[in-house]
Design a protein around this ligand. Structure first.
Ligand code: ARG
Length: 468
């Protein structure tokens, strides 16, 4: 059995010294993480190389051994990347798989790599490096998606569409304004990931099992080599902490929630009943039975992705809840959740970017919809306040009466005659009709953050500068 990394008794060669027998097959199946943590291979090898180099600089191991370890690890990495590496379940996880293979390649010096280190700080390091890489990928994906929304906003800064509350027509808004609402949301998402990255960027390496080590290690050196701002200040916290993963998942959940909201709007907008916008062929699918169909599958999937991302978030919180310090094997359950959430968020950002880039607005339909449903009733009420000095509550009542009149006649507000309007309030003049048009309506909403095209353009300019 020695060829499988086990001793003569069948016990694990990495930790089997005090064991008389190897594990039950079921024990091996539940205990092993190699099926999924092989995704940490590059991070594991990067961390080990930094550790070995530091062990040599501090005189804990010889330069010759460190050299052999460093080169051997690169060989292991190339075997893994080339697909030649045989991952072994009996070696539990990525850390022991890499070390065992290193031993096969370089022999005795491999055994010195684990000096002043434990799998506890090793896995904390590997996972943190992985989450940091994904955080950078998410930030890059958000940047591209924000740019896609900005391009839409620029194109349609003065296209009018209905703004909704309760999914009922409320007031006309501009297409650009609607797109810029998502730029704001995604901008906050980006801020959350950037902020989380700052906190996660401390190195747990050197905490060893939990208490630190008696060897004269240099934690600043490994932290710097691995791109961290500093070593974590408490060894117990360093091995027990998974905040970085929880923050990543929390930010991912909020972001996926934003994506699901726009996804839902795309589903509604692209329906035959709304026809507000058209998704490109690249992001639609057909039906195998109904030839006329163009289904918004990508949007529907994006609407759903929060389900699993939030699920992962809840799972990891639940795994971590109540765990006594420091490491417990429960924490091995952290990885699959984060892997799945990160994969799906990054894919979602790319899919949404493609959909937004390709999206074509149906401008005439948007404008007609904006003008229907008495959407400029508030403009009329505001005119009564501004021009006739009515208190807003009275203006609201007069307008309500006019809306009821129009509804009864089966027309929209601008189609009422002046005489009809004057029958409700004699002071109304014919310049009121100017404010009932949807373009005048949106143009008038010049308050900071309002829907007026000028406001939208200045927000676009601010964002472009911010991203540049
Ligand atoms: N595979 C383990 C994990 O993912 C690595 C750490 C093991 N540490 C230990 N003390 N058994 O958490």
């Amino acid at each position: 059995m020695t060829d499988k990394g086990t001793s003569d008794t069948g016990a694990n060669s990495m930790w089997g010294g005090r064991f008389a027998a190897g594990p039950d097959a079921i024990m091996e199946a539940i205990n092993a993480s190699i099926g999924f943590d092989q995704r940490l291979a590059a991070q594991d090898i990067r961390g080990s190389r930094a550790h070995a180099a530091m062990l040599a600089v501090t005189g804990i191991i010889s330069d010759t051994d460190a050299q052999a370890i460093g080169e051997g690890l690169l060989t292991v990495l190339s075997e893994i990347e080339g697909g030649a590496f045989k991952f072994r379940t009996d070696l539990e996880d990525i850390h022991m798989n890499v070390e065992a293979r290193l031993k096969e390649i370089i022999g005795e010096p491999a055994g010195r790599l684990h000096t002043a280190r434990s799998r506890n700080d090793q896995v904390a390091l590997d996972f943190r490096l992985w989450v940091r890489d994904q955080t950078d990928a998410v930030i890059a994906g958000l940047d591209l998606l924000i740019r896609a929304f900005l391009a839409q906003a620029e194109k349609g800064a003065d296209w009018v569409m209905p703004g909704f509350t309760h999914l009922q027509t409320a007031q006309p808004v501009t297409w650009g304004h609607h797109m810029m609402a998502y730029v704001e949301m995604l901008g906050r998402d980006m801020g959350r990931f950037q902020d989380a990255r700052i906190r996660m960027n401390e190195s747990p390496l050197g905490a060893a099992a939990l208490a630190g080590t008696s060897f004269p290690i240099d934690r600043e050196m490994t932290a710097q080599e691995l791109g961290f701002d500093r070593p974590m200040a408490n060894s117990l916290d360093a091995v027990a902490d998974r905040d970085f993963a929880l923050e990543f998942l929390s930010a991912a959940s909020i972001c996926a929630m934003h994506l699901s909201r726009f996804a839902e709007e795309l589903v509604i907008w692209s329906s035959a009943q709304f026809r507000f916008a058209r998704l490109s062929d690249r992001f639609s699918t057909g039906s195998s039975i109904m030839p006329q169909k163009r289904n918004p599958d990508a949007a529907e999937l994006l609407r759903a992705k929060l389900g699993r991302i939030l699920g992962a978030t809840v799972a990891l919180f639940t795994i971590m809840k109540g765990l006594p310090l420091t490491y417990s094997k429960d924490m091995q359950e952290d990885k699959e959740q984060v892997f799945d959430a990160a994969d799906n968020l990054i894919l979602s950002l790319a899919a949404m970017e493609g959909m937004v880039r390709d999206l074509t607005a149906n401008v005439p339909v948007l404008e007609a919809a904006a003008a229907s449903g008495f959407s400029t009733a508030t403009d009329l009420a505001d005119w009564l306040v501004r021009e006739l000095g009515l208190p807003f509550r009275d203006a609201h009542h007069v307008t309500g009466t006019l809306v009821a009149m129009a509804e009864k006649k089966g027309v929209d507000l601008p189609e009422l005659t002046l005489a009809e309007m004057q029958s409700v309030h004699p002071g109304i003049r014919d310049d009121v009709f100017a404010v009932l048009g949807v373009h005048n309506s949106v143009r008038s909403r010049q308050s900071y953050g309002g829907t007026a095209p000028d406001q939208v353009r200045s927000q676009i300019a601010r964002w472009k500068e911010k991203l540049a």
